[in-house]
Design a binder for this molecule. Structure first.
Ligand SMILES: O=C[C@H](O)COP(=O)(O)O
Length: 262
């Protein structure tokens, strides 16, 4: 059966307001003929651009999200942004536990769990990012690491909230300018581990949770990744930051997936 494909990008700490809005508007123009029953498209720009982005971009075509969020509604948390503040902007989704939050800023699985629960309780689509480091991979404990991140990250999350849950698998060693993309076989193997673990946590309801691959996705590997049975979408950084190039990557991947289903 043909599944809906998910394509998204995290803009990290790139693109100020004007550039972000132009990029989003251009991405809408490029992709608006592709049925949103067949693809889900989302972009996660920096905080300072969000108000302009939600006001100036047609969100029938693109969901817009935040890159991080505090677990408390308000309080003595200098420098943090609360779910209430993000809700006020009318955002669609919140990303939790991106590799750079975990490994540059030291966030823990327990903190990600608090954020996941807060985001779900505020009715955001909640994208939990997980992934093992190179060292963990070398020790042969990738599956154990992913299972831990999922079991702690979704601890105490009721099955009723599954419709708002997305997961991105981004091996830390595959991300960014120094990253090495995971092979399609390796990514598929890890996605299977993730789907089995989600089944343990949420039962059959977990079948509706999209699991996206991220980490040096590019025009050279997107097609072989998207045809893997356990990969539901591509979470892309650098290769998505020009609207015309991202549009082409999406169209090529979609066509390759459809050809493989025929
Ligand atoms: O959030 C996106 C990931 O960090 C992937 O970034 P990248 O495609 O530039 O490696």
């Amino acid at each position: 059966m043909k599944k809906k494909l998910y394509f998204g990008s995290n803009l990290k700490m790139y693109k100020p307001i004007k550039e972000t809005v132009e990029y989003l508007q251009s991405l809408v123009e490029h992709t608006k003929d592709i049925s949103r029953d067949e693809i889900e498209l989302f972009i996660i720009p920096s905080y300072t651009t969000l108000e302009s982005a939600v006001n100036k971009v047609d969100r029938n075509y693109i969901k817009i999200g935040a890159q991080n969020m505090c677990w408390e509604d308000e309080g003595q948390f200098t420098g943090e942004i609360s779910p209430v503040m993000l809700k006020e902007l009318g955002l669609d989704l919140v990303m939790i536990g991106h590799s750079e939050r975990r490994h540059v800023f030291g966030e823990t699985d327990v903190e990600e769990n608090k954020k996941v629960k807060a985001a779900l309780n505020h009715d955001f689509t909640t994208l939990l990012c997980i992934g093992e480091t190179a060292e963990e991979k070398n020790f042969g404990i990738s599956a154990e690491v992913l299972r831990t991140q999922l079991k702690v990250g979704f601890h105490d999350v009721p099955v009723s909230q599954v419709p708002n849950i997305w997961v991105a698998y981004e091996p830390v060693w595959s991300i960014g300018v120094n990253g090495t993309p995971a092979s399609a076989d390796y990514a598929e193997e890890m996605h299977k581990v993730i789907k089995e673990c989600l089944q343990e946590i949420f039962g059959d309801a977990s079948k509706d949770i999209p699991v996206l691959y991220g980490g040096s996705v590019n025009p050279g590997n997107a097609n072989e990744l998207i045809v893997q049975p356990s990969i539901d979408g591509l979470f892309t950084g650098r290769a998505a930051w020009q609207a015309d190039k991202f549009d082409k990557l999406i169209r090529d991947a979609k066509a390759t997936y459809e050809a493989a289903q025929a």
